[in-house]
Design a protein around this ligand. Structure first.
Ligand SMILES: CC(C)(COP(=O)(O)OP(=O)(O)OC[C@H]1O[C@@H](n2cnc3c(N)ncnc32)[C@H](O)[C@@H]1OP(=O)(O)O)[C@@H](O)C(=O)NCCC(=O)NCCS
Length: 232
């Protein structure tokens, strides 16, 4: 990890301690804000560095246009896009077009390994515009990872952190998630996160692929998430 990233990592470790104090009412909001601002100044944390979600092994950061080659590397793999409902990227220009769109989305993050935050390995988003809900305090979770990184528990780790942020910081009360029939990998991630099956739409029209598929939909309420994560 580069020197600067070590400092940012330390910042997030200390911020997590402050977050825990605040959540347990061990400090007031004023004390929290003062301590956090002190850390930001002392460590010279930039706006971009502040808009990150950091976990044990990962950094979720905003996408940048320079990420196009990384996105293309993984999104050009036919094992990734179609299973989510979008076409395999044909060239870097297409990845740039998608990046341009994702960069406008407020809660969309490039998933990076801590040891290399310059080369994202996947995407995670809390969508504010969703076919599954139109309530202001609800969102939809979407995600994908480059196939060489599957099976290491990275997505449950990333999603848990984004869900925590959604419930504790953004004020969400429920998060929906869907998967197309047969996508056992996605089903397993949702199950590990605590999502509960709600219903099946047998005639869901997948716009980017212009085809009809069977969509299974699940839900994680804040109440259930808190009951599963009492110490968070
Ligand atoms: C779904 C996805 C994000 C899971 O991420 P992940 O970090 O691999 O998640 P996990 O490590 O917890 O693995 C989840 C499941 O994937 C399956 N899996 C693991 N490695 C796998 C591999 N190499 N190939 C296929 N499936 C695999 C296992 O069933 C695993 O469940 P288990 O832990 O009970 O054995 C990832 O598989 C992916 O990007 N898939 C393509 C895109 C997609 O389906 N996105 C979701 C759209 S709804």
């Amino acid at each position: 990890m580069e020197e600067r990233e070590k400092i940012v990592d330390l910042f997030y470790t200390q911020k997590e301690t402050l977050d825990n104090f605040l959540e347990r009412d061990a400090i007031s909001k004023e004390q929290y804000d003062n301590s956090l601002n002190g850390l930001i100044t002392k460590m010279g944390i930039t706006k971009e560095e502040l808009d990150r979600i950091v976990t044990k092994r990962l950094v979720l950061r905003k996408w940048r246009m320079e990420d196009a080659p990384s996105m293309f590397k993984y999104a050009s793999d036919p094992a990734v896009g179609p299973i989510c409902g979008w076409p395999t990227h044909k060239d870097i220009a297409e990845s740039k077009q998608i990046l341009n769109m994702l960069m406008q989305h407020p809660y969309c993050y490039a998933i990076c390994l801590k040891k290399d935050i310059e080369h994202p390995i996947g995407n995670i988003e809390l969508k504010i515009e969703s076919d599954l809900t139109n309530k202001k305090d609800e969102g939809e979770l979407g995600f994908w990872l480059g196939s060489i990184f599957w099976g290491k528990g990275y997505m449950p780790e990333a999603a848990n952190a984004l869900i925590k942020h959604a419930f504790n910081v953004l004020g969400y009360n429920a998060i929906w998630c869907g998967y197309f029939d047969g996508n056992n990998q996605s089903y397993r991630v949702q199950e590990k996160l605590g999502f509960l099956y709600q219903y099946t739409n047998n005639e869901y029209f997948v716009k980017p692929l212009k085809e009809v598929r069977v969509l299974h939909v699940s839900l994680l309420t804040k109440e259930r998430w808190l009951s599963l994560n009492p110490r968070i």
